[in-house]
Design a protein around this ligand. Structure first.
Ligand code: ATP
Ligand code: MG
Length: 404
C-alpha cells in the first residue's frame, strides 16, 4: 500500500523545493520508525510513502496528521502504466472499481492530476472516461463540486496513483526548514500555542522552562514535561531544558523593590535562554506574549525585556486575544494540561501593582544591584536537559546535565 502526502506551500518555492521536500521526507521518517515504512520519495511534487504492512495505516494516519508541511494525504494504490503507445484506461477503471467496491455513495467525482504532461490523454478526458465506468457500475451520479466520494488519480511517468479519501494535513512548512528556535515554555496556555505556530513555520523547537524548585514544588516542571510530550508528535524527539531560577529570584526579592521585579525576571530569562540557544544552534527566542494581556506585556515592558536579549524575540501570538489562543490550544491538545494549577515561578512575589511602563534606566539601575552574570552562570550550571522521544518507548525522558 502507498500513502500520498501532498504539499502546497513548498511547491510555490521553486529554488528551495527539493530541500524542503527532503526535510519533509526526513520528518515523516522520524515519526514513523515503528510503522514498517519502506521507500519515501518526492515524485513530481508529492511525497509517495510505501507501507510494507497495511495494518500500520491507522497509526501512520494519526502521525501524518501532525507533520507540518503536509497539506493533505491519502492511502493510495499504484498501477503501472505499460510502456509504448498503448495508453488505455481500462485497467485503471477496473482497479478503481475494485477499490470502491462495497462503498455506498449516491454522487461522486473523479479528480485527475497529470503530473507527467507527456501522458497523451488530458485530465478532463481521464475524468470523463473513468467517471463513465464508475457511473455504469454503481448507478451513482457525477457531482463535480465534490459529491460523497472523490477519486483522485495522479498520473506519474510510469504509474497511476489512485486514492479515494483525502485527509487534511496541518499545512505550513516542514519543521527544520526554517532553522531552530528556543521557546520559553511557562506552564500556561499561551506558550505551547506560540511553539506550535513556530513549528508550523518550519522551526525546530527546543523548550526552556524556568522553575523555582526546591523553593516551590515540582508541579510546574511536571506541566512543562507533559506539554512537551503533547507537542513532540509535531516534530519528533524534543528537548526540554529545565532551569532553576529560584536563587536568582531570591536575590531580586532581597535587593529590588516590588514593582519592576517581573521585568527583571523576564530579562534574566531571555539572557539565559540566549545562552541555551547558542548551545543548540537556535537563532531566535519565542514567547507566548500577547499585547496588553497582563501588566508585563505592555508595549513598553516588552521593549525593555527585549533590550536584554542578544537574539531576536518572536511573539507569534502578539495580535491574538485570549479566546483565540484558547481555541488553538484546544485544537492542539495542550489546553487541559495548561489549565491545571501549578506553582508558577513568576506568580510568587508578584506585587499588586506591577510596572506597566518600565524605564530602561530604572531597570538597569535595579540590575546593577545584582551580580547578573554570576546568577546566570549558577542557574545554567544546575540546569538539566530532558530528551523526550517520539514515538516514545517509555514516558520517561532521557535526562542529562546541561553543558554550556
Ligand atoms: P503563558 O500562558 O504562556 O504562561 P501568560 O499569559 O501567563 O503566558 P506571562 O506569564 O506574562 O504570560 O508570560 C509571558 C511569556 O513569558 C510566556 O508566554 C512564556 O513564553 C514566558 N514565560 C513566563 N514564565 C515562564 C517560565 N516559568 N518559564 C519559561 N518561560 C516563561
Ligand atoms: Mg504564565
Amino acid at each position: 500500500m502507498l500513502v500520498v502526502a501532498r504539499y502546497h506551500e513548498i511547491a510555490l518555492k521553486r529554488g528551495a523545493r527539493s530541500r524542503f521536500a527532503a526535510q519533509l521526507i526526513d520528518n515523516i521518517r522520524r515519526v514513523t520508525p515503528d510503522c514498517a515504512v519502506g521507500r519515501i520519495a518526492d515524485q513530481h511534487g508529492r511525497i509517495v510513502i510505501t507501507l510494507r504492512d497495511e495494518s500500520t495505516w491507522p497509526t501512520v494516519r494519526q502521525r501524518l496528521a501532525r507533520v507540518f508541511g503536509i497539506a493533505n494525504f491519502s492511502a493510495a494504490r499504484s498501477l503501472p502504466i505499460p510502456p509504448g503507445e498503448e495508453r488505455e484506461l481500462a485497467p485503471l477503471g477496473r482497479a478503481i472499481l475494485e477499490e470502491i467496491r462495497g462503498r455506498r455513495f449516491d454522487s461522486f467525482r473523479i479528480l485527475t492530476k497529470r503530473a507527467d504532461k507527456r501522458f497523451p490523454i488530458e485530465s478532463p478526458d481521464v475524468n470523463a472516461a473513468i467517471g463513465a465506468v464508475v457511473k455504469q457500475a454503481t448507478g451513482a451520479r457525477v457531482d463535480l463540486d465534490g459529491g460523497e466520494l472523490t477519486v483522485t488519480i495522479e498520473i506519474l511517468p510510469r504509474e497511476f496513483l489512485y486514492s479515494v479519501e483525502k485527509l487534511p494535513g496541518p499545512g505550513g512548512l516542514p519543521v527544520g526548514a526554517s532553522g531552530r528556535v528556543v521557546v520559553l515554555l511557562s506552564g500556561g496556555i499561551d506558550s505551547p500555542v506560540a511553539a506550535a505556530r513556530m513549528m508550523r513555520r518550519g522551526c525546530r523547537v527546543t523548550f526552556v522552562h524556568f522553575h523555582r524548585a526546591p523553593y516551590l514544588d515540582r508541579s510546574s516542571q511536571e506541566k512543562a514535561r507533559e506539554l512537551v510530550r503533547r507537542l513532540a508528535p509535531y516534530q519528533g524527539e524534543t528537548r526540554l531544558v529545565l532551569v532553576p531560577l529560584g536563587d536568582a529570584q531570591r536575590e531580586v526579592v532581597t535587593r529590588v523593590a516590588p514593582a519592576p521585579r517581573v521585568i527583571l525576571y523576564r530579562r534574566m530569562m531571555v539572557r539565559i535562554a540566549a545562552e541555551i540557544a547558542d548551545r543548540f544552534g537556535a537563532e531566535a527566542l519565542v514567547t507566548g506574549d500577547s499585547l496588553g494581556q497582563v501588566a508585563s506585556q505592555t508595549m513598553r515592558n516588552l521593549a525593555v525585556v527585549e533590550q536584554a536579549s542578544r537574539l531576536p524575540i518572536f511573539r507569534p501570538l502578539i495580535g491574538l486575544d485570549k479566546l483565540e489562543v484558547m481555541r488553538e490550544a484546544e485544537a492542539l491538545g495542550t489546553f487541559d494540561v495548561s489549565i491545571e494549577p501549578d506553582q508558577d515561578c513568576c506568580s510568587l512575589f508578584v506585587p499588586r501593582h506591577p510596572t506597566t511602563r518600565a524605564r530602561i534606566s530604572a531597570i538597569e539601575a535595579a540590575e546593577s544591584l545584582l551580580d547578573v552574570p554570576a546568577l546566570m552562570a549558577s542557574a545554567l550550571a544546575r540546569s538539566t536537559i530532558e530528551r523526550h522521544k517520539f514515538p516514545a518507548p517509555s514516558p520517561e525522558p532521557v535526562v542529562e546535565q546541561l553543558q554550556i
